[in-house]
Design a protein around this ligand. Structure first.
Ligand SMILES: [Zn+2]
Length: 225
């Protein structure tokens, strides 16, 4: 028996794998050259250092263009290479490896409809600060250290909702204390409200300017117009 007839590293090739191989396009070839282990089953995933952070993320759209989530560039390439997603928008800077240069996806679209309810705009401190442009809603100061103030104090039945929380600097929060707004001489810069899904999505994922511009058309309510 010739000793060099070792099996392929990916193991036994099933019919499904063979079909998948046939589907491999330019992205897939690059994926295979870079190598790695799969997040998608029997394929491979590219791990390119430094691109897994949210700022290097890729917006994944459902087949109906509903934004689903953000994935890393490696997973995006694996999805495209295996025919599970298509590129919708690319970035200026390509992906470079030692052997290939590819357009870097910024938005991709799945080729199958995934049933998943839209994420609710979760109320967290950072997203409240982002909604309020990191500005105290009472004195207008852009403060590094902000606090959350309940406009109707919780002890008076005020709820922890988008409509009842605002960003406040420490001194305004201390001044207001547990009083209702009507008992103070303080005024709100704007009436607090629930952000659009798109804006919230941008705040949570913090894309850089180029990615934000690419994603905004696909995020409902993300352009403040
Ligand atoms: Zn203030």
């Amino acid at each position: 028996m010739p000793a060099d007839r070792s099996p392929p590293r990916q193991g036994r090739a099933t019919a499904a794998q063979a079909r998948k191989r046939a589907l491999v396009n330019r992205w897939g070839e690059a994926r295979d050259r870079v190598g790695g282990t799969s997040v998608l089953g029997s394929g491979a995933v590219v791990v390119i250092p430094g691109t897994a952070s949210p700022r290097g993320g890729v917006l994944v759209l459902n087949l109906d263009d509903e934004p689903l989530n953000i994935c890393g560039i490696g997973r995006a390439i694996a999805l495209i290479g295996s025919g599970k997603a298509e590129v919708v928008v690319t970035r200026c800077r390509p992906v470079r490896t030692s052997s290939v240069e590819l357009e870097r996806p910024s938005v991709i679209r799945l080729q199958k409809l995934v049933r998943r309810p839209r994420l609710a705009a979760r109320l967290t401190r950072r997203e409240v600060f982002a909604r309020d442009n990191f500005t105290c809603q009472y004195c207008g100061v852009r403060a590094r250290e902000l606090t959350i103030d309940h406009v109707v104090p919780r002890r008076l039945g005020g709820r922890h909702t988008w409509e009842n929380v605002v960003s406040a600097c420490r001194s305004c929060n201390a001044r207001k204390g547990g009083h209702p707004l009507s008992e103070t001489r303080m005024r709100l810069a704007r009436v607090p409200d629930r952000p659009s899904y798109g804006l919230w999505f941008l705040w949570v994922n913090r894309p850089d300017a180029e990615a934000a511009a690419a994603w905004t058309p696909y995020l409902p309510g993300a352009s403040r117009a």
